[in-house]
Ligand binder design. Sequence first.
Ligand SMILES: [Zn+2]
Length: 458
Amino acid sequence: MQHRQVRRHGVLPRTERRGDLTRGHAIGAGLDQKAEGVEPRRLGEGGEGRDGAGLFHESRNIDEMAARQACRLRGGAARAIAQSMNFSFALNATDGAARTGVISTPRGEIRTPAFMPVGTAATVKAMRPESVRATGADILLGNTYHLMLRPSAERIDRLGGLHKFMNWDRPILTDSGGFQVMSLASLRKLTEKGVTFKSHIDGSKHEITPERSMEIQKLLGSDIVMTFDECPALPADRTRIAESMRLSMRWAQRSRDAFGDRPGHALFGIQQGGLERDLREESAEALRVVGFDGYAVGGLAVGEGQEAMFGCLDYAPAQLPEDKPRYLMGVGKPDDIVGAVKRGIDMMDCVLPSRSGRTGQAWTRRGQVNLRNARHADDPRPLDETCTCPACANYSRAYLHHVVRSQEMIAGMLLTWHNLHYYQELMGGMRDAIAAQDFADFETRFHAMRAEGDIDRL
Ligand SMILES: [Zn+2]
């Protein structure tokens, strides 16, 4: 596959030749560090990147890099390089239905179960990328719908791709745009071909088809691309859910065809079917026939409630291939996440920790804390004395309360950092528990701590 890629790109287009030198240097350095067992420098510890161009020091043109690296070497070394340049998933341990493993991509490893902070418009709001990384995030999510409207996929491509544009050199997953077209855009028209709609920003007219979605996500330079699908809001009647699911499966095939062969990049299919078990199975089978690098459980967290969602997750993940990552889209609260991991989910994303952080809400081991509440006004204690995030290490509840009430920007910055830190700590705790075959105890402790509630007022 790698050699075929080289032949195809025997003469690289001008735009791809431009960054050859920096690319070769960066990748070589990254591999050396890995081979020597040296942890790559943590973002945020050293300020600017070694090339003086910020933290970004990898290329978007991984296909070509992989091919050239593999071609220069022979035998085992070439195979090792080729493997490191490809997308793969390794399961390390299971405990019941819960799983822990590692997704390897050319831009870095993603430890699973993984929580992906949402960087909707090429930023995780109120956070610098190095701060997001410092919370422990291995991967971010970007929103195709928002980015195609502003600043546009073509502009981001001209500026070097989304990683460089937003200064995040690790993996990025982009959604297909479908969900947000349905939730944000106006004058939507859905046909077999795709969806036409008016922008919620300026009313301009756009169209997304499976082919256009693949094109946009390629222009962005996304590492994990999602198929274009339709997600009906629940509750919906069975006929509507079945028709929508079958349309999404036809779009999944068109997405696969349009995505093509892109080593180092992954395409995930999305299972639909609402809360109907047989429709979920039909969807899973359709996706298996097409074949994807990972599979999402779509169409949940759309108003059905936790009990119904867990009811679906009791069977839906097991309908998908065991040897590929399983991604639950748009979930959720900490207890949703623990329940989803328990049922075999490997990846999740949600705006909740960052959005809550901007409205004075904190998520802690003891549940949700509203910093607007007057009880915190004279409280010199940290938000969570065991948390090592900057908000907890350096500031009191009284200060957080003050800046929330005063609508100071630092309020959103500190609380978003804390919330993302807590979410990543939760994921790390679950990964360790699964590896130690201790997930049931972990879950018991998780719920017991939340049941205690926030610390008593002074
Ligand atoms: Zn904290």
